[in-house]
Design a protein around this ligand. Structure first.
Ligand code: GUN
Length: 295
């Protein structure tokens, strides 16, 4: 029987730990971690994510600031708001919810965030720090996946991990975490992407498979080997007339098909998703304490 990795329970545990650390930080040093979030436009998924981040911050005892701007906002307005947050001592973390409207240059916005407050870890300085093994902010979803391995005692050293997807948010930082020479990494990594003609040829070789494809049920039983550990990053809405909303959230992995062959697997929902928010809180907390860039 495969272990079902319960990301919801592990994330709750982490959030409980952060809430306690935060109380102590306020009592002993008078510091309240603060996260500022910028949400532009009406993207329904982004609205849901931002609401969840706001709620998690409040529950952890953080200062939470969410600014919502209309779709038509100018790039200059966005950049000057971020600039003001860079110098605001009550704000330790800045997050610009992606995707941005087309007329706003995403990289320009990310580059305008102070790397010291870049709790999403998307600033090229933090990506560079990750690559060379310097301390810095690590993107939340890959960091959350590494935490799942750690907290379920899944050792990666010498294992072949196959990552499917090369996004800046998941695939690329995931790859760079996995091969690091450290106790909880040290894996051999293959990355597949839209240029990979025969994905199955690689996924079937995986000791650990990380699916960040964005296609519902893309990975089936024939794509994996017996005993594989499966991490499903997918969040795909599919039509399901049996639910109240008429839709259902599913992963990139066909859970029912792959479960019998796996040794461990994350479900969707309640797998990787809750870990992303837990790591955002952790990054913001560590930014507030000032420990993040010190080894
Ligand atoms: N859009 C989808 N995932 C994320 C994330 O982790 N951070 C931000 N800022 N935007 C996103």
């Amino acid at each position: 029987m495969a272990l079902i990795i319960d990301g919801k329970i592990i994330a709750e545990q982490i959030r409980f730990e952060i809430k306690n650390k935060t109380e102590k930080l306020l009592a002993e040093r008078g510091i309240k971690p603060g996260l500022a979030v910028l949400l532009i436009g009406e993207n329904p998924a982004s609205q849901v994510y931002v609401r969840a981040k706001e709620k998690a911050c409040v529950e952890a005892g953080f200062y939470s600031l969410v600014i919502r701007m209309p779709e038509a906002v100018s790039e200059n307005e966005v950049l000057s708001l971020i600039k003001s947050w860079n110098t605001d001592n009550n704000i330790h973390g800045i997050l610009v919810q992606l995707p941005l409207p087309k007329h706003i240059d995403e990289m320009k916005a990310l580059l305008s965030i102070s790397p010291q407050k870049d709790v999403d870890g998307f600033h090229p300085e933090n990506i560079g720090r990750l690559v060379v093994g310097l301390p810095g902010f690590v993107p939340c979803t890959p960091a959350g996946i590494m935490e799942l391995f750690k907290r379920t005692n899944i050792l990666l050293s010498g294992k072949h991990v196959v990552v499917v997807g090369r996004s800046n948010i998941v695939g690329k930082p995931m790859l760079n975490l996995l091969y690091q020479k450290s106790k909880h990494a040290n894996a051999i990594v293959t990355i597949c992407h839209t240029g990979t003609k025969n994905i199955r040829m690689f996924t079937k070789e995986a000791d650990v498979l990380i699916a960040a494809i964005g296609v519902a049920h893309r990975i089936g039983a024939d794509d994996v080997k017996e005993g594989v550990v499966v991490i499903d990053v997918g969040m795909n809405k599919i039509v399901d007339s049996s639910t109240k909303s008429g839709t259902r959230l599913v992963g990139d992995v066909d859970f029912n098909e792959v479960f019998p062959k796996a040794s461990a697997i994350t479900p969707v929902p309640k797998g990787v998703g809750p870990m992303t928010i837990a790591m955002l809180l952790e990054n913001t907390y560590r930014s507030a304490t000032g420990e993040i860039f010190v080894k």
